[in-house]
Ligand binder design. Structure first.
Ligand SMILES: NC(=O)c1ccc[n+]([C@@H]2O[C@H](COP(=O)([O-])OP(=O)(O)OC[C@H]3O[C@@H](n4cnc5c(N)ncnc54)[C@H](OP(=O)(O)O)[C@@H]3O)[C@@H](O)[C@H]2O)c1
Length: 272
């Protein structure tokens, strides 16, 4: 298969690109800045992985990436919308620019890239769209409301797209990782500009959330990559694939329990 993976500089994207190539696919690995391809190239040495310039929020780069793949391969079989950012902050303190930036990367860019791929996938009457959502696309925790909003939106879009694509034989699936050790918690960690002010009415709550977060158990991101690669070939995938630490408890809580019970659990964990 010819596969495009976005956000392949680090984390899941890099691992998905490498694992997909190892599984026999020909991979185009999108990078926001091609100059940062060193780690990807080292990990993908000898494998059919082509790093390409693709800042997903840039319309010209989106079109150029798809045009190039079609020119070189004559087709595209799968798109993995993985590029994403998270800006932590309580909703009142998140600026509209910060929320919009997250929406641009996590939602609009995925939609625009999907739209560029669909004519090819429909014509071929086969293919896969795999969207990397999050556990936050299913349950929203304090301090991550903006990020959760982008992933809930991505999930809604994916669900509708799945219905729309069924007649064309194009498969749509959503991966919902819990916490995994990637650069999103390191080099790419971002908080709202207004956070961190000790005079903020949220300062004490933010400190409690931070304390819970610092005790987080992280999963091995390779398992997310392997799931995504499995979904590329899966003839009849499900829609949502939650995975990661505590995933069973969290999905079970969301499916079975009334929200009031979940609310009490969250209150107990975060302490407010
Ligand atoms: N790690 C987790 O616990 C977790 C859990 C649930 C969901 N996710 C989701 O998983 C996806 C991958 O994140 P990650 O955890 O692997 O973190 P990561 O290591 O920070 O990777 C994110 C990637 O997205 C790229 N990116 C950001 N903005 C971009 C843009 N405008 N154009 C193209 N690429 C862009 C980054 O490139 P640069 O570094 O060059 O900006 C980076 O390569 C995201 O959608 C994230 O929301 C992560």
């Amino acid at each position: 298969m010819i596969v495009l993976v976005t956000g392949a500089r680090s984390g899941f994207g890099l691992l998905i690109a490498v694992a997909a190539a190892r599984a026999g696919h020909r991979v185009y690995a999108g990078l926001r800045d091609l100059e940062t391809r060193g780690e990807l190239e080292a990990a993908a040495a000898g494998l059919p992985v082509t790093p390409i310039q693709l800042d997903v929020v840039d319309p010209d780069q989106r079109r150029a990436a798809i045009d190039r793949i079609i020119a070189e391969e004559g087709r595209i079989d799968a798109l993995v919308n993985n590029a994403g950012i998270a800006i932590a902050g309580f909703l009142e303190e998140l600026s509209s620019e910060e929320l919009r930036r997250m929406m641009e990367v996590n939602l609009f860019a995925a939609w625009e890239l999907t739209r560029l791929c669909l004519p090819h996938l429909r014509r071929q009457r086969s293919g896969a769209i795999v969207n990397v959502s999050s556990m936050a696309g299913r349950s929203a925790l304090p301090g991550l409301g903006g990020y959760a909003a982008t992933k809930w939106a991505l999930e809604g879009m994916s669900e509708a797209l799945r219905h729309e694509m069924r007649p064309f034989g194009v498969r749509v699936a959503v991966v919902e990782p819990g916490p995994y050790a990637t650069d999103i918690f390191g080099r790419n960690r971002q908080t709202a500009g207004a956070s961190g002010d000790q005079a903020s009415p949220y300062a004490a709550m933010a400190a409690k959330v931070e304390a819970v977060f610092s005790g987080t158990k992280f999963g091995d991101p390779q398992e997310v990559a392997e799931l995504v690669v499995r979904l590329l070939d899966e003839p009849k995938p499900g829609l949502r694939y939650p995975l990661g630490p505590n995933v069973r408890a969290r999905t079970w809580m969301r499916r079975i329990l009334p929200f009031r019970v979940e609310e009490r659990v969250v209150k107990k964990i975060v302490g407010f």
